[in-house]
Design a protein around this ligand. Structure first.
Ligand code: ZN
Length: 476
């Protein structure tokens, strides 16, 4: 009974761990590495194991840094089932297809350049067809039900409150009469976050695999965040322009709509036309609508009061086609436009930025993380000019950064969740940068009495004897 750490060991993206129980091998997550171009090249590296020898995948949630290499795994020989929460399965259908589409587009544009230089063509990382093919391996399970997935391996998904369908994975393992309970946090949400229930408190574990994304951070309170948004609406109402909100399609877009619906009177939303201008966010919202039974009480009440989707806001338009999106360009004031991509690097938001950012009275509201080198980051950092499609555009709109909408638990949230365990099970910290892990690790051990380890990629932990084994190269 062994656990080997591959991805998201000492970093945030590319979550992937391999669990061996008897003769069976299970992957926990199969995520894509995200970041700079050079880092993303690592997604093309050969697997450190043979995909054909993996018996099953257990997937914590739909984010691409947890699910994004599944199409590659299947293409490279994996034929087993992918167990996950049902809503995650439905979100993956949208998100993996979108990743395949982006990969095809990127390869196409790269190949145009290479052709001109007389260089060999590149293949996309994977295609839309690869994504569709991988979806056939998915088996959706409900929360809280224990399922035997292989001899000696039972699994139970608990709500992690991070995005719809996100799960804390409990694994009840048995090998040669020895039993162990491994709890993998997946990504944990914030207590009190909108729409979703709070992360489930789990009591029993022999070993906890804990994410540490914000292990050294404290989020601003939700009330302050609502207050900030209220001020932006009031300010924009006086100024006579549009409000642009670049947002990720899954999770953040739905949260924003929820906040708007909840505060529609206070924010005077009857004066605004709200557009969800992203086919992917619309599809994700449809999945959210199908799983309204997974909402927290507040969201369920609002949902039933307003009769669901289209009635959430007074003037609300789902903009699906490019023609519908272009029609929004004609509006010079009174529009709230939620569009991707979340970091303004591509998608419809770039067109809206081009049409609005030079106008005084317009507002750009940043609600998510903006990585270094992205257009969103340049705007947050106060650029007074930007370049779009070869054109220089001055920045006259007001730029706001609203920081309290993270989908992740902060340091306090992670510590509180750990405190829910009986006894003090040992902890392995994954899915975090080194400073975040060091800070969280120190608090866990000094104030919460946990034995903490930060695994290196390739390290192997023996769950029966509770110690690390020497790394031995390829895990065949
Ligand atoms: Zn996530």
């Amino acid at each position: 009974m062994k656990l080997r750490f591959f991805g998201a060991a000492g970093e945030v993206t590319g979550s992937c761990h391999i669990l061996t129980v008897g003769e069976k091998r299970i992957l926990l997550d199969c995520g894509m590495i995200q970041g700079s171009r050079r880092q993303e090249q690592r997604n093309r590296d050969p697997w450190p194991f043979d995909p054909a020898t993996i018996d099953a995948v257990v997937l914590s949630h739909a984010h691409i840094d947890h699910s994004g290499r599944l199409p590659l795994l299947v293409r490279d020989g994996f034929t087993g089932p992918v167990y996950t929460q049902r809503a995650t399965r439905d979100l993956c259908r949208i998100m993996l297809k979108d990743s395949g589409f982006i990969a095809e587009k990127e390869a196409e544009s790269e190949n145009r350049k290479r052709q001109r230089k007389g260089l060999a063509r590149v293949q996309p990382l994977f295609t839309i067809d690869d994504a569709a093919y991988a979806m056939r391996r998915f088996r959706g399970l409900p929360y809280d039900k224990t399922t035997t997935i292989l001899p000696g391996v039972r699994v139970r998904f608990r709500d992690a409150g991070h995005i719809l369908g996100s799960a804390i994975v409990e694994l009840m393992l048995e090998e040669g009469g020895v039993t162990r309970r491994l709890v993998f946090s997946g990504d944990l949400g914030q207590t009190g976050a909108p729409i979703l229930r709070d992360p489930t408190i789990v009591r029993q574990a022999d070993l906890v695999l804990l994410e540490s994304t914000y292990g050294n951070r404290h989020h601003r309170s939700r009330d302050e965040t609502i207050e900030e948004l209220a001020e932006i609406f009031a300010d924009a109402g006086r100024g006579g322009g549009n409000i642009l909100i670049p947002a990720f399609a899954v999770g953040r877009s739905q949260e924003l709509l929820y906040f708007m619906s909840q505060n529609q009177d206070a924010w005077q939303l009857e004066r605004w036309q709200v557009f969800l201008d992203s086919p992917m966010a619309i599809h994700a919202s449809e999945v959210y609508a199908r799983y309204s039974h997974l909402y927290d009480k507040e969201a369920s009440d609002l949902w039933s009061r307003r009769g669901g989707g289209p009635n959430l806001l007074p003037h609300f338009t789902l903009s699906r086609t490019p023609t519908q999106s272009r029609a929004i360009n004609r509006l010079e004031e009174g529009a709230v436009i939620i569009a991707g991509s979340g970091m303004c690097e591509g998608g419809r938001i770039k067109h809206h930025i081009k049409n609005n950012i030079w106008r005084r009275g317009c507002h750009l509201v940043i609600v998510g993380y903006q990585a270094n080198g992205t257009l969103g980051r340049r705007l947050v950092d106060g650029a007074d000019k930007i370049r779009l499609w070869g054109e220089t555009i001055r920045v006259a709109a007001k730029i706001h950064t609203v920081g309290g909408l993270s989908a992740h638990a902060d340091q306090g949230g992670l510590l509180d969740w750990y405190d829910g365990f009986d006894g003090r099970p040992p902890v392995m910290l994954v899915h975090g940068e080194s400073e975040a892990q060091a800070a969280l690790g120190q608090l866990l051990s000094e104030q919460h009495g946990a034995a903490v380890h930060i695994p290196e990629p390739g390290e192997v932990y023996d769950l029966v004897h509770s110690h690390f084994l020497k790394p031995s190269g390829r895990a065949t």
